[in-house]
Design a protein around this ligand. Structure first.
Ligand code: 2P0
Length: 369
């Protein structure tokens, strides 16, 4: 199945060059929680691609002269050289090597920065791995002598998945589905597929205001988190529930049924946390203010007749999702009644976006430091 991602023989020799891409984060509506090696999900997931929360990565490459190690990488995060990121990048390159054979023949200078604060509790693995993967696939495109428009986004998603599962949903499209799902033509465990065309227009300009309830370090890493599903009492039921929820959510996304959308999205968020509450060891990742925000939001929905709903990642922050037609009233409500629950009043206004885009290295100050 992965055979299609082995490249043809490279036709160009490029001594050196540079590519630069920006990839967004994404927020899962149907959650990926539980996996097999290597980043093969135990259930399908579906996400909104975001815009404001993104990673910008430039990859400078030059033919290697020193072959004393498998890979030759200098990594800079927000302008500073970071050795501690290298093991993760090395693991990623090793996994990607069969599909991107040039990786061992070049020295890479990788410069990366996030548009959101490092300590915001927003996972950066999706955007950072997607940006890095698409940079590498873009370099390969050049080695194959192909034009810009021939860039293989599916391969970029496939490679991104090898770095971090959720990263494969951050490459292309406003709404992305990943993982085999019987009712979705073309769905795959290996890469994300663009589900945007099937969705009702209302979802293509949806807002996501991220309330930063707790900006500390993540209490449970994704590796540990996914591992908790290994022998979890409710694992099998949860995995089949995700298939059912996905079918129902697709219906709501097609028809624009905001009531069903709300019910399913909130149920998925709470189920994700229920899995962590009932695993061994267990984790309580919601904070008192997470619950207060949820209660306030649900009350506002009941009394206003508007349609904001919440979802959660594996942390305390709350994502408030709402349609563009309701943005003024919902945003006022968020500012007046919810921001007070955020740590240092922190929140990020984001919305559904298109995926990764190529940028100019000079567009970023720190990238060219
Ligand atoms: C998701 N999360 O679907 C779920 C919901 C967090 C909560 O995917 O081990 O960083 O790199 O494949 O993608 C977080 O896990 O895990 C995640 P790896 P990843 O977005």
């Amino acid at each position: 199945m992965s055979d299609r991602f082995y490249p043809a023989a490279y036709t160009k020799t490029i001594p050196q060059g540079e590519v630069c891409w920006q990839a967004p984060s994404n927020i899962a509506l149907i959650k990926y929680w539980g996996k097999k090696e290597i980043q093969i999900p135990r259930n399908p997931s579906l996400s909104f691609t975001l815009t404001a929360c993104a990673t910008r990565t430039s990859v400078g490459f030059s033919l290697r002269t020193d072959h004393s190690s498998d890979y030759s990488i200098d990594f800079y995060f927000e302008g500073e050289k970071k050795e501690d990121f290298l093991p993760k990048i090395n693991t990623f390159l090793k996994r990607a090597q069969p599909y991107l054979p040039f990786l061992s023949t070049y020295h890479f200078e990788i410069r990366s920065e996030n548009t959101f604060p490092h300590s915001s509790g927003i996972a950066s693995s999706a955007s950072s791995m997607a940006a890095l993967a698409i940079c590498f696939v873009d370099i390969e495109r050049q080695l194959l002598g192909l034009p810009e428009e021939a860039l293989d986004h599916t391969k970029a998603s496939f490679i991104a998945r090898l770095g971090s599962g959720s990263a494969c949903r951050s490459v292309q499209g406003k709404i992305v589905e990943w993982g085999v799902h019987e009712e979705t033509n073309g769905s795959s465990d290996l890469y994300g597929i663009d589900w945007e065309e099937e969705a009702h227009e209302i979802f293509k300009t949806y807002h996501d205001t991220i309330l930063l309830i707790d900006q500390g370090e993540k209490q449970v890493s994704s590796t540990v988190g996914h591992g908790l599903m290994e022998d979890h009492t409710y694992a099998e039921r949860r995995f089949s529930q995700a298939h059912e929820h996905l079918s129902q959510l697709q219906e709501a996304l097609r028809s624009g049924d905001l009531e069903s959308f709300t019910t399913l999205v909130e149920l998925e968020a709470l189920t994700l946390h229920a899995m962590m509450l009932t695993s061994n060891p267990s984790f309580i990742l919601m904070k008192p203010n997470t619950l207060k925000v949820i209660r306030r939001l649900q009350h506002f929905r009941e009394t206003s007749g508007l349609h904001p709903c919440f979802t959660l990642d594996a942390g305390a922050n709350v994502h408030i999702l709402y349609p563009d037609s309701e943005r003024e009233e919902v945003y006022q409500f968020i500012k007046n009644e919810l921001v007070g629950y955020c740590e240092n009043g922190g929140y990020i206004c984001d919305m559904v976006g298109n995926g990764a885009k190529k940028i100019n290295a000079s567009a970023s100050k720190t990238l060219v430091k």
